[in-house]
Design a protein around this ligand. Structure first.
Ligand code: NZQ
Ligand code: ZN
Length: 391
């Protein structure tokens, strides 16, 4: 299929690359940065100090806003917008993971447009601009450092919504694999799961992407799986950290979808409701749901799942495509268990009631604005059935 591929983000990859951040902001012609970070890991590791030293050395003024949490909240975004206006901030530097970067993008929209920033996430109107955003990445996972999207949770109703627009694509992404070595194992593995899923969503569109893209996607997934296993045993392995980190960006910057139809994204949308209501880690929410989604939809085109089984998971062809497809789904779940990720909601630690399942399905169908997903378009009853199957 015809496609556009737009990745304007400068990637600065490697050891100590965070020391270049001041010059990178300066090169954008910006004078005052908002240094945005999360719950404290960047401060504890000394990264914040390094970044701020680099800004000062480059003559860039800055002000700080910490406290972005996983499933970043609208309340802090609004606070950030006020701060940017009050302090004359012209650049937002996110130091952290997907949550911090997404929060930074939302602040960028809020500061560069009139009115309430939630309007953009609520599909009421579109932003005309976004303050420039840059990222110093500390966890390989969401791919927000090169993506066009940001996902924000509104505390009013606990609605988690993603909004995509090229305006927010980061100007640069600084990626030092060493920075990810302080991650707890759970977060590293959640990240690997999310990276895999960003390519799997594109792989399972109604139309498969073009052949070259499919081959690149399969190689990326095999590499992430192999390196996740390495990191389980050796979390300080630089080579594995580096490969996972780069895979995280490539998996969500559009590369593994070229020539496809944009992908399915049902598992992601179902997970976002879970994250909004139960505040679970995104990657773990995905693995808890994926098997139930896959079993619900694979008969639509068993051949695609059979190819996935053989090329990505090394499953030997079975007596039928359906059997190979199912063996692949089981092999994927076995991999999730091997990296200590949940494959059910109970393992994830949540037990949604029937009413909560209805609520999530209802919210999800509002977000989907029609049928959810492409591989097999899902209605509200299908969504509820998948949540129930995942219990
Ligand atoms: O807040 P701190 O103290 O920094 O702790 C974080 C957080 O608790 C910690 N952490 C990050 N780097 C660390 C570290 N701890 C020790 N050492 C380090 N080097 O890890 C925890 C998780 O961080 P978070 O930023 O939430 O992780 P992730 O990158 O997985 O982001 C998840 C968010 O991104 C959204 C998700 O829905 C979720 O809200 N997504 C964003 C996307 C996008 N913008 O393109 C796409 C994704 O599909 C996803 O939906
Ligand atoms: Zn994701």
């Amino acid at each position: 299929m015809d496609f556009q591929y737009y990745t304007p983000t400068r990637v600065v990859f490697g050891r100590k690359s965070e020391e270049q951040v001041g010059a990178l902001v300066r090169a954008q012609g910006c004078k005052k940065a908002l240094v945005h970070f999360g719950g404290g890991s960047a401060r504890r590791s000394g990264l914040l100090e390094t970044v701020e030293r680099s800004l000062a050395a480059a003559g860039v003024e800055f002000t700080e806003l910490g406290g972005a949490q996983p499933n970043p909240r609208l309340g802090l975004v609004r606070q950030g917008v006020e701060l940017c206006r009050a302090e004359g901030v012209d650049f937002i530097l996110a130091v952290g993971g997907g949550s911090v970067i997404d929060s930074a993008k939302a602040i960028g929209y809020g500061a560069a447009n009139e009115g309430d920033v939630w309007d953009f996430y609520n599909f009421v109107r579109a932003p005309k601009a976004c303050l420039p955003v840059g990222a110093v990445l500390t966890i390989a996972a969401a791919g927000s450092e090169m993506s066009d999207s940001s996902v924000i949770t509104n505390e009013d109703g606990w609605v988690k919504r993603g909004y995509s627009n090229d305006l927010c694509r980061p100007k640069f992404a600084v990626m030092d694999p060493e920075l990810t070595m302080t991650l707890p194992e759970y977060q590293t593995m959640c990240g690997c799961a999310d990276i895999l899923m960003h390519t799997m969503e594109r792989y399972f569109g109604r139309e498969a992407p073009m052949g070259l893209t499919i081959c690149m996607a399969e190689a990326l997934m095999r590499s992430v799986m192999e390196n996740a296993r390495v990191l389980l045993a050796a979390p300080d392995d630089y080579e594995a950290r580096a490969q996972v980190m780069w895979a995280g960006s490539l998996s969500h910057n559009g590369l593994t979808g070229c020539g496809g139809d944009g992908g399915d994204w049902a598992t992601h949308k179902l997970e976002h409701e879970l994250g909004g209501l139960f505040d679970v880690a995104h990657g773990a929410g995905l693995t808890a749901l994926w098997g139930s989604w896959a079993r619900y939809v694979y008969r639509e085109e068993p051949a695609r799942f059979a190819r996935f089984a053989e090329k990505v998971l090394g499953v030997a062809p079975q007596e039928s495509e359906e059997a190979t497809a199912l063996a692949g789904i089981e092999a994927m779940e076995a991999f999730y268990r091997a990296i200590r990720m949940p494959t059910t909601l109970a393992e994830l630690g949540v037990q949604p009631t029937d009413a909560q399942i209805e609520e999530m399905a209802e919210k999800c169908s509002v977000t989907a604005r029609g049928a959810l997903g492409k591989f097999r378009p899902l209605g509200k009853a299908d969504m509820a059935a998948i949540y129930r199957a995942a219990r």
